[in-house]
Design a protein around this ligand. Structure first.
Ligand code: PLP
Length: 449
């Protein structure tokens, strides 16, 4: 009884706090979004700290314990006491993390996976052999690899399409198109895709009865989803890794599924590899939940706990990342040894207006082209002392890398050239260190070029 009273009072306290994050909304005056209104009248920071974190009803522990048990007690066959039966199918620590991410992404449900790539492959597994997928052309290298080397083996067709002009997509939509996959901003050239515009085009096809018949094949394709199934004919997925839910909520702009490499900003400390998918569509959720269990690419309870711990400071970290990234981008854009600095928060970015409209902030990723080629870029990267020369992004520490040799090495030279991933393009994940130290490090390394 005492425990129950404690729980009720914690919930009441939360309600009474009614923090709505308005002060942060004011700080974000330069962008078009607000973090002030979350679910249940709570703002982003409040949800980040409290969602999925009900104190333990038995011990009163404010931080729920990590649930390591692989199996769960049942009252009678198929009547589990707490709703869990086996930890691959569902786990309390994982469920806490999933609940928190669903709320932050303004979705209803989330599902966690062993990595961002596991989330990607599980989503692609939703569609049958013979389906066609449209992806933005500068998609994450691992997603490119999965489509070209794995999904292709399973009879999935695909097109990589330049989507900075949204209408381009219409040239590629086919009767067997089942999925559209975008990232925005893209990696590493930070181009934007207009999520609302693409979702409007997809919705038009999804509701067009003339577009219904599937192509005849041998063996024939399974019938396309119907509105009765609840899964859209073409499902629209956004990889929101670069923005994090703090800066962009694609579900509110018409996307059906949001996917994250939790390894990046959500975890935020470069110590856990994990992925997550979020949706508000019950039929998509049911299918992805089934696949989460059937394929089994689930994260460990400890990883879920670590990622959830990171999530609680997402709002604070994203503010610091953005503050530093804007200063770094501004510094680089006027440096004599830099041809071009790319950051959606700079007025010089060709899609700056779209960034202000679609995003609530500009994030922590900055790319730039050094004068010269591979040699000069390598000299700069080897000369860095504070920025670590390493793949990945989104952690509190600043990282630098050369996409042509590292993250995007799996692309053909022609594909890299078409995307503008030149030998001198450097990508920075700007961390949360002191800005003067970061700029000092860039300066001393540029001197060596
Ligand atoms: N999506 C994006 C945008 C990424 O940058 C990455 C990894 O770098 C992934 C997905 C894959 O995530 P993971 O490395 O967690 O498998």
């Amino acid at each position: 009884m005492a425990t129950r009273t404690t729980l009720v009072s914690v919930t009441e306290q939360l309600g009474a706090l009614n923090l709505n994050g308005e002060s942060h909304a004011q700080e974000q005056a330069q962008t078009n979004g607000t973090h002030g209104s979350g679910h249940d009248g709570q703002g982003f920071g409040t949800l980040a700290v409290h969602a999925g974190q009900t104190p333990d009803p038995v011990t009163g522990a404010v931080i729920p314990s990590i649930s390591l048990s692989t199996t769960f007690l049942q009252r009678a066959p198929n009547d589990p006491i707490g709703g869990y039966d086996y930890s691959r199918a569902g786990n309390p620590t994982r469920a806490n993390f999933e609940e928190a991410v669903a709320k932050l992404e303004k979705g209803t449900k989330a599902l966690a996976y062993a990595s961002g790539s596991a989330a990607t492959s599980t989503i692609i597994n939703m569609i049958p052999t013979g389906s066609h997928v449209i992806l933005v052309n500068d998609v994450y290298g691992g997603t490119f690899r999965y489509m070209t080397k794995v999904a292709s083996q399973n009879g999935i067709e695909f097109d990589f399409v330049e989507l900075t002009e949204p209408n381009n997509i219409e040239k590629y939509i086919k009767p067997n198109t089942r999925l559209v996959w975008c990232e925005t901003p893209t990696n590493p050239t930070l181009r934007l895709v207009d999520i609302r515009a693409i979702s409007t085009i997809i919705a038009r096809y999804n509701s067009d009865p003339k577009f219904a018949p599937a192509p005849t094949r041998d063996p024939p394709l399974p019938p396309p989803p119907t509105p009765q199934d609840g899964i859209p004919r073409i499902t629209f997925v956004i990889d929101n890794t670069f923005m994090s839910p703090y800066n962009q909520n694609p579900l509110t702009l018409g996307a059906d599924v949001v996917v994250h490499s939790v390894t990046k900003y959500l975890g935020g400390h470069s110590d856990v590899v994990m992925g997550v998918a979020v949706t508000s569509n019950p039929a998509i959720y049911a299918r992805l939940k089934f696949l989460q269990n059937a394929i089994g690419a689930i994260p460990s309870p400890f990883d879920c706990w670590l990622a959830h711990r990171g999530l609680k400071t997402l709002h604070l970290r994203m503010q610091a990342h953005e503050r530093n990234a804007l200063r770094v981008a501004t510094y680089l854009s006027s440096h004599a040894k830099v041809i071009e600095a790319i950051y959606p928060g700079l007025p010089s970015h060709p899609q700056h207006e779209l960034a202000k409209r679609q995003q609530k902030g500009f994030g922590g990723m900055v790319s730039f082209m050094i004068k010269g080629g591979k040699e000069e870029a390598s000299r700069f990267l080897s000369g860095l002392k504070l920025f670590a020369l390493a793949e990945s992004l989104g952690g509190v520490e600043s990282l630098a890398e050369l996409p042509s040799q590292m993250t995007h090495a799996s692309l053909t030279p022609e594909a890299r050239a078409a995307l503008g991933v030149t030998d001198s393009l450097v990508r920075l994940s700007v961390g949360v260190e002191e800005i003067d130290d970061l700029i000092g490090d860039l300066e001393q390394a540029l001197v060596k070029v």
